[in-house]
Design a protein around this ligand. Structure first.
Ligand code: SAM
Length: 195
């Protein structure tokens, strides 16, 4: 897709997601937080995450797709890093780990092949004390699955609900298309980290 069209198409979505941040994260509460935005696509969230969290320069936007990387470069995103979620090699811990519209189905895999429990478990190694994991999902089935996995890992779930703010899907414009960020889950790191 042409990159000017891409910017135009995503404007409405970005505006709505800014409202979501305002709704769920008290402005000014986080001082220059360190943020990991995983499965970030083209790192389209970078400008408003930077803006909302006071120009933090400590954002890492992670995706494993070459095409996303090319687009992110064209868009002059500074935080994009190409890498695989299953082989995280990051330094230090984060205040906030964000995953928007993450594909949380198990695709018919057996429990051994289902990597999401491992991914969420591994995140606990990257979460500071009082860190938050902020997930959005487009489908109820994925929302329920994420909740179950996090509960099983002893995350403390503090928000689990349908998003009150409608975020349009900028690429699928049919009326029956799932809106983005339809369900929200916010969880704190498991107790073992809070010592
Ligand atoms: C549904 S998109 C969500 C993109 C963006 N967060 C949004 O809300 O528009 C999922 C993204 O996950 C990336 N992805 C899938 N598996 C991955 C993995 N194992 N490691 C890193 N990125 C992955 C894909 O390249 C894709 O950009």
């Amino acid at each position: 897709m042409d990159f000017k069209i891409y910017l135009k198409e995503t404007k409405e979505e970005q505006k709505a997601f800014s409202e979501v941040l305002t709704h769920y994260f008290e402005r000014g509460k986080y001082k220059n937080p360190r943020i990991l935005n995983f499965l970030c696509g083209t790192a389209n969230d970078e400008p408003f995450l930077m803006h909302y969290f006071h120009g933090t320069t400590r954002l890492i936007s992670l995706d494993n797709c070459k095409h996303s990387e090319r687009f992110a470069k064209k868009l002059k995103r500074k935080s994009f890093r190409r890498g695989d979620l299953l082989e995280l090699k990051l330094q230090g811990k984060f205040d906030l780990i964000i995953g928007r519209n993450i594909p949380l189905n198990s695709n018919g895999h057996s429990p051994e092949q289902d990597y999401w429990p491992k991914v969420f478990n591994n995140f606990t190694n990257y979460m500071k004390k009082n860190a938050k994991l902020f997930l959005t999902l487009t489908k109820e089935e994925e929302f329920l699955r994420a909740k179950k996995i996090l509960e099983g890992l002893n995350y403390k779930i503090i928000v689990k609900e349908k998003n009150k703010i409608r975020v349009p899907n900028s690429f699928i414009k049919t009326p029956e298309a799932d809106p983005k960020d339809y369900y929200v889950l916010i969880a704190e790191a498991p107790e073992k980290l809070s010592s």
